[in-house]
Design a protein around this ligand. Structure first.
Ligand code: PMP
Length: 336
């Protein structure tokens, strides 16, 4: 039988993106609005960050910053590093990945398996020169043939979402799309997708879904960088405005605590058969809460950033939940 073009692709780059949009039937019925998760965990590197990694590498190749046999360097919560390491292997580059030591051991182990040169550094604030971001920049400066991926300020990150994630959502929902909501780490996903969707329809509501311990909620609501509380959510929340986030058309902000994130992670596995990571679970909780403020029948799209398997020792570990006072209790959606 003949294959269509989309059935055959050469190399893993061609399998990044074009992820399904999953209407969550039970959640949508309970809320009276259509809640949709974009299945980014189905990307070949297992997360939404495959898109940013591909965009950044392609841009560095085009500009000549990355030459054949060169080295890609990045400081990352792990997810971007996983995506970069796989693409580096496929394209003949080395990868040096700097990860703070408060991220899940599963992600660090994956990076080692994939052949990255992994440098685990203490998790210290951004203002400390030993923060993973600054360490990665210095390593790139000192390594011959190295290109710093710089996912926070390199806008090839958000451009990847402007040219792929945004158009995919628009193609699937068009004028029926009411709102797009997502948490932000670098801000690439939220900013790039929002920029595209707002261009198509200025009435689409764009919303940041922030964990505690992050400044984006106060930035969008009050124009300040205040921080309240803290969170164990990995890969999301930030206390500064990155070049990727700057200028993004974000209308509103909502904040979700860690207990709600864990309750939603369990509910999604039990009721929708979706085994997801913390940022994806937080996004769905935020989408449901925001959807309630919209007219019945609205459609809200969010991002299912990655799957649950890489958080088995933390989010999905009962002992970790107990230690962090977020053991779920709900048997229904009362936590929303
Ligand atoms: N979820 C996870 C697990 C992540 O690692 C990240 C990025 N660090 C995000 C969500 C947020 O994506 P972005 O960087 O595009 O804001």
């Amino acid at each position: 039988m003949a294959s269509s073009i989309s059935d055959v692709t050469t190399g893993i780059a061609g399998t990044i993106g074009n992820t399904p949009h999953i209407v969550l039937p039970k959640l949508s019925a309970a809320i009276g609005r259509t809640i949709v998760g974009k299945a980014e965990f189905l990307n070949p590197g297992g997360s939404v960050k495959d898109r940013a990694a591909l965009g950044i590498i392609t841009d560095a190749e085009r500009s000549g910053r990355l030459q054949p046999g060169g080295t890609i360097v990045e400081g990352t919560a792990g997810t971007t590093g996983i995506a970069l390491a796989l693409l580096a292997n496929a394209r003949g580059y080395a990868s040096i990945i700097v990860v703070p030591d408060d991220q899940s051991p599963e992600k660090i182990a994956m990076l080692t398996t994939y052949g990255a040169d992994v440098r685990v550094v203490p998790a210290v604030p951004f203002t400390n020169p030993e923060n993973y971001y600054h360490v990665a920049r210095r390593i790139a400066e000192e390594t011959p043939g190295a290109a710093w991926s710089d996912q926070f300020n390199n806008t090839a990150n958000r451009n990847a979402h402007y040219t792929t994630t945004g158009p995919e959502i628009w193609k699937a929902f068009g004028a029926s799309l009411t709102a797009f909501i997502a948490a932000a780490g670098t801000g690439g996903t939220l900013a790039g997708t929002s920029l595209y969707l707002k261009e198509r329809n200025a009435n689409v509501r764009t919303v940041v879904c922030d964990p505690y311990g992050s400044s984006l909620y106060s930035h969008v609501r009050c124009g300040t960088l205040d921080v309240e509380g803290e969170s164990n959510a990995e890969g999301i929340g930030i206390k500064r405005i990155t070049d990727n986030f700057a200028g993004a058309p974000v209308d509103d902000a909502i904040r979700i605590d860690d207990r709600t994130m864990v309750e939603m992670a369990d509910w999604l596995l039990r009721e929708e058969g979706l085994y997801l990571g913390g940022s994806a679970s937080l996004n769905v909780a935020g989408a449901a809460r925001f959807a309630r403020t919209l007219p019945p029948g609205s459609t809200v799209v969010t991002i299912l950033c990655d799957g649950g398997d890489r958080y088995r020792s933390k989010l999905w570990n009962p002992a970790w939940r107990a230690e962090n006072d977020c053991t779920p209790h709900a048997t229904d959606l009362s936590f929303l």
